[in-house]
Design a protein around this ligand. Structure first.
Ligand SMILES: O=P(O)(O)OC[C@H]1O[C@H](O[C@H]2O[C@H](CO)[C@@H](O)[C@H](O)[C@H]2O)[C@H](O)[C@@H](O)[C@@H]1O
Ligand code: UDP
Ligand code: MG
Length: 724
């Protein structure tokens, strides 16, 4: 049976030390509360940290035992790991960076080391808890390296990753000295999920700009696999909150609270203590409300629950002081014997009491500066059984992308917030229930169970897509077979693409000259009398002649336009015209003027626009535009537009690498064929080959008509050496 192993930094249960020894309590925070409902299905396990330093071996064993009964497996962290990995790198480097608080971000090589080590520790724990067929679902920014670590240990594993916080713009990510490792760490997964489309877009943009990997329709082609990226806005356990709100206990609490508040209207604010939540800003706005709308004095109270969080991190301590001071000041200024403007609680509440607060609040005030999702907003909605109450929600919370019936505010615009608070307090009941009904329908439908199911089914699909690709890795067994067939053959044809297959790319194409190793390798291959070695390239014949002409090779240049058999002169595949270049050239010039770093390569019978040295995203945008433009201009002609690896080429339609390669097949009648290529233009070669040929796609990702795939040019060299 396949099981699901959930992995997150924090377990949904935390251990506490009390006077009576160790105690267990539900954890706070959206990840733990949100997923807490779903992991207990048969055989599943949740691997994570129990939230406290447990040193004693006997105590560790006790905790492990207790948690096992609840399908949890603890990862114990040492004090220095808690400091450097959790408080340090996770919460002083990644958290502020991903929430656009770069001024708070610390860059410290020592905490990075701890982050790597603890991710490794989690990796070992997951491997110990799971079998090769299990699905592993990794959560959040504390474990960005884990997917890749698991992938190394289990290349075939099914691995999902979900990020619960925003994924910021490339400009933020690039500031991290460890950006490459972090992105590569995530790419160990088969499916990567985010709360919103814009987080997903930012991630794809970072991957393309920092790793230079191609991304199409949310799919990233890594050298070994294609990885799917998608948006999955997380939901809550709707029924659980609706039931809690309906419970006898919640109603009793509500009654007690209402009596104590003497009928004041209630604005409710609930968060973990965090500078991303905009708590201080919210207090200032509430103070302004009392200033600008004096009619609310004595009439409305802000109930503010702040759940202690990360209290060893300096910024959190400073924020705590700021809040204490603000609350003190506002209360001191406005309170009366009978009324307090702010009821401030610095602790966490059990579910029934939270439910009572949600039930009774007239306004839910959720105004984070940045927030991955914000589940409090959704819990507030689920608890409104009578559909009365207004949600004020920051447009910078992930939840705002779904909850368009909330009163959306810009958390930097205090005037707007104050006015919106007033509007909410006077909103007609009919409008309240209308808005609430819309939001309830949505939050109920897209609950946490739907979320899990969707993520899991997309993960299964992503995995199936990888498997269904006809192109499979050139596994050691296949390679042995290839070498055996090669050894038995007497007329061997080797069709070798140059750039991206024999040679890695260079930002300046003229610098991708064959290195001594490659020249020796080609020389040795051509020395074998049974071999016919053909370089099959899109490059112009002068360059190929210059670089490789001295070797006894056959050469196909300009995608099949020019041919040269070893020792012979160059000849044209067929008579072609080049007058069209005068018409198309200026169009390419236009794109060069519009795209710094791009340039034109002119060949005898084709023109190429190169953008390898241009800004990656601008380049691919322009490439698509140029392709459309050229396709329009070349309609009803015999010209063809091709998008290659960071190039757009326009050339004759009837002549390509495939038509040229076919000529070699006919004249030479080989009994062994190896054809290598890396880009779109090599697909024509692959297509022209008989089924028995060894066709091998080189480089990022297995989307090809070739039978086999190798990730790097270095693998090609290895393979060719095997033939000597
Ligand atoms: O584990 P802690 O350091 O105590 O922090 C608590 C959790 O905070 C973060 O929650 C996020 O996940 C929510 C659900 O997806 C989302 O609504 C919210 O916007 C996020 O901030 C953090 O991502 C978790 O890893 C922490 O456990
Ligand atoms: O006393 C409390 C107050 C809040 N919460 C829960 O903490 C979570 C906060 O999640 P959210 O997504 O809003 O923000 P995060 O803390 O994850 O950034 C919600 O599920 C709340 O129900 C809690 O467990 N105890
Ligand atoms: Mg190539």
């Amino acid at each position: 049976m396949t099981r699901t192993i959930i992995v997150s930094n924090r377990l949904p249960t935390k251990v506490l030390r009390t006077d009576d020894g160790l105690a267990f309590k539900p954890s706070e925070g959206g990840l733990a509360t949100g997923l807490g409902s779903i992991y207990k299905a048969e055989g599943n396990v949740w691997v994570g940290w129990p939230g406290m330093f447990v040193e004693d071996a006997a105590e560790q064993e006790f905790v492990t035992e207790q948690l096992r009964a609840d399908s949890m497996a603890p990862v114990f962290l040492t004090e220095s790991e808690i400091r450097d990995y959790y408080e340090g790198f996770s919460n002083e480097t990644l958290w502020p960076t991903f929430h656009y608080f770069s001024q708070y971000a610390v860059y410290d090589a020592a905490t990075w080391e701890a982050y790597v080590a603890v991710n490794e520790k989690f990796c070992q724990a997951v491997l110990a808890q799971s079998g090769p067929d299990d699905t592993i679902w990794v959560h959040d920014y504390q474990l960005l390296l884990l997917p890749q670590m698991l992938r190394k240990a289990r290349p075939q594993a099914t691995i999902g990753f979900f990020l619960h916080i925003p994924f910021p713009s490339y400009e933020m990510v690039r500031a991290l000295p460890w950006r490459t490792q972090l992105l590569e760490g995530m790419l160990g997964a088969d499916l990567i999920g985010f709360h919103t489309f814009s987080y997903m877009r930012h991630f794809l943009s970072s991957v393309s700009q920092l790793l230079g990997l191609p991304t199409v329709n949310g799919q990233i082609d890594t050298p070994t696999r294609s990885v799917q990226v998608d948006a999955f806005p997380m939901g809550i356990d709707y029924q659980r909150f609706a039931d809690a709100a309906a419970s006898e206990a919640a109603q009793q609490h509500e009654q007690v609270y209402r009596e104590a508040l003497h009928g004041a209207r209630i604005v409710l604010s609930i968060d973990r203590l965090d500078y991303t939540k905009g708590i201080a800003e919210r207090l200032r706005a509430f103070e302004l409300l009392l200033q600008r709308f004096p009619e609310w004095r004595g009439q409305v109270s802000l109930i503010m629950v702040v759940v202690p969080s990360r209290d060893q991190v300096a910024q959190y301590q400073a924020l705590k002081e700021e809040i204490d001071e603000l609350v003190g000041r506002i209360n001191a200024q406005y309170r009366t014997i009978a009324w307090s403007p702010i009821q401030y609680f610095y602790r966490s509440f059990p579910l029934e009491e939270l439910a009572a607060l949600y039930r009774m609040a007239d306004v839910g005030l959720v105004t984070p500066i940045r927030d991955g999702m914000n589940l409090v907003a959704k819990e507030f909605i689920a608890s409104k059984l009578d559909r009365r109450g207004v949600l004020i929600l920051s447009e910078r919370a992930g939840a705002a992308r779904e909850l368009s019936d909330a009163l959306l505010i810009n958390p930097s615009d205090t005037d707007q917030l104050v006015q919106t608070l007033h509007d909410a307090l006077v909103m007609p009941e009919e409008e309240q229930t209308q808005r609430m009904a819309e939001m309830q329908a949505l939050v109920r439908r897209y609950d946490v169970f739907a979320w899990t199911q969707l993520f899991m089914s997309q993960l299964t699909e992503a995995k199936a897509r990888q498997r269904n690709l006809a192109t499979v890795p050139l596994a050691p067994t296949v390679r042995e077979q290839l070498v055996e067939d090669y050894n038995e053959a007497s007329h061997r044809l080797l069709l070798l693409d140059y750039d991206g297959s024999l040679m890695p790319f260079h930002s300046n194409p003229q610098r991708a000259k064959p290195d001594p190793e490659l020249r020796l390798l080609l020389r040795a291959l051509t020395d074998i009398p049974q071999n016919r070695v053909v370089i099959i390239s899109g490059r112009n014949r002068d360059t190929l002649q210059d670089w490789l002409g001295h070797l006894p090779l056959d050469i196909i240049a300009e995608h099949g336009v020019w041919l040269r058999a070893a020792g012979d002169d160059w000849s044209l595949f067929q008579e072609l015209r080049a007058d069209w270049k005068q018409r198309i050239g200026p169009v390419l010039e236009l794109y060069v003027s519009r795209t710094a770093g791009s340039f034109i390569e002119e060949k005898d019978f084709s023109l190429v626009w190169h953008y390898r040295r241009a800004d990656a995203e601008l380049g691919s945008l322009r490439a698509r535009e140029l392709t459309r433009h050229l396709s329009f201009l070349s309609a009803n002609t015999d010209l063809q537009v091709l998008e290659g690896d960071k190039v757009v080429e326009i050339k004759h339609a009837g002549v390509n690498k495939g038509t040229a390669a076919a000529r070699w097949l006919n004249t030479y009648q080989p009994d062994f064929i190896l054809a290598l290529g890396d880009d779109r233009t090599d697909e024509d070669t692959f297509q022209a080959m008989p089924p028995s040929a060894y066709t091998v796609k080189v480089g990022p990702a297995p989307r090809s008509q070739a039978r086999f795939h190798v990730p790097r040019t270095a693998d090609v060299r290895d393979l060719l050496r095997k033939l000597l």
